[in-house]
Design a binder for this molecule. Structure first.
Ligand code: NAD
Ligand code: ZN
Length: 246
């Protein structure tokens, strides 16, 4: 159940802000059936997702990493945007939300209709070559595992940022700049354990902006956020958009 008083407070903050940015993590897609990395949901066979999404794992066993990605690609393809993705898209089209900065690679914000989406960690529906500059969009898991580059025959990899890899400098710069301009940031379904995404709410707070957190569990942000809400993202945004008549 969403507390009506808190919902009113959130709406007041939304209506009195001029530059609202959302930061989303795996939790925003959990109700669409896309597993998060942490917790028991993060397991595939007996493997820990945080150990598979690494350059080391790919080097050691590209076939295993690609099998895991193929499973995820097919699962995400079948998933549908949930009320959180949909409400965020409506907030944008109604001029209330500037941009979503997402750590997700699942494309669900775009499929819900969001236009301004900054993908910090890439997109699972793209591949890139490990040797040359070849990049391509994909719609389903590759037929041959591991897939090879059509230009140079080297291994292709998912065009995502793995643990231990650097983010694209320009994307990161944009994210920092948005966080410093935001007078309100909505932080949704992120454990905030992965840097540099985890620093974004701190940048907003440091510049005098307000931060609302929506997460099932507490994070480092919970005690310092302007409002911290322990609810499922889909349920919260369904109630929010209903109340806003969007
Ligand atoms: P995470 O798995 O570390 O944390 C998920 C967070 O969501 C947790 O804090 C959990 O309490 C919360 N949560 C779970 N269900 C929720 C719900 N229904 N409503 C609200 N909150 C909920 O995810 P992260 O912080 O995004 O970081 C993990 C990394 O893994 C990211 O870099 C991301 O790229 C990647 N990842 C992406 C996807 C995706 O694209 N859907 C899925 C898994 C992991
Ligand atoms: Zn190549």
């Amino acid at each position: 159940m969403i507390n009506d008083e808190i919902l009113e407070q959130v709406i007041k903050l939304i209506q009195s802000s001029n530059f609202i940015v959302a930061v989303t993590g795996a939790g925003v897609s959990a109700e669409s059936g896309v597993p998060t990395f942490r917790g028991k949901d993060g397991l595939w066979k007996q493997y820990d997702a945080t150990q598979l999404a690494t350059p080391h794992a790919f080097k050691k066993n590209p076939k295993l990493v690609w099998e895991w990605y193929s499973w995820r690609i097919n699962l995400i393809r079948e998933a549908k945007p949930n009320p959180a993705h949909i409400c965020l898209s409506k907030l944008e089209s109604n001029g209330l939300l500037r941009t979503i900065i997402t750590q997700n690679v699942d494309n669900l914000h775009q499929r819900a209709g969001s236009k301004n989406v900054l993908e910090l960690h890439g997109n699972i529906f793209r591949v890139k070559c490990t040797s040359c500059n070849y990049k391509a969009k994909i719609e389903k898991a590759p037929d041959q595992i591991p897939p090879l580059c059509p230009k140079c025959n080297s291994l292709l990899r998912p065009d995502v940022v793995w643990f231990g890899e650097f983010l694209d400098v320009e994307i990161l710069h944009n994210a920092y700049s948005l966080a410093s301009k935001a007078d309100l940031m909505l932080v949704i379904g992120s454990s905030l354990l992965v840097s540099p995404a985890a620093e974004l709410p701190n940048i907003t707070l440091k510049h005098g902006g307000k931060v609302i957190e929506i997460n099932l569990d507490e994070t480092y942000l919970s005690p310092v956020a302007t409002i911290s809400i322990r609810t499922k993202a889909g349920e919260f945004f369904k109630a929010l958009c209903e109340k806003l008549k969007l």
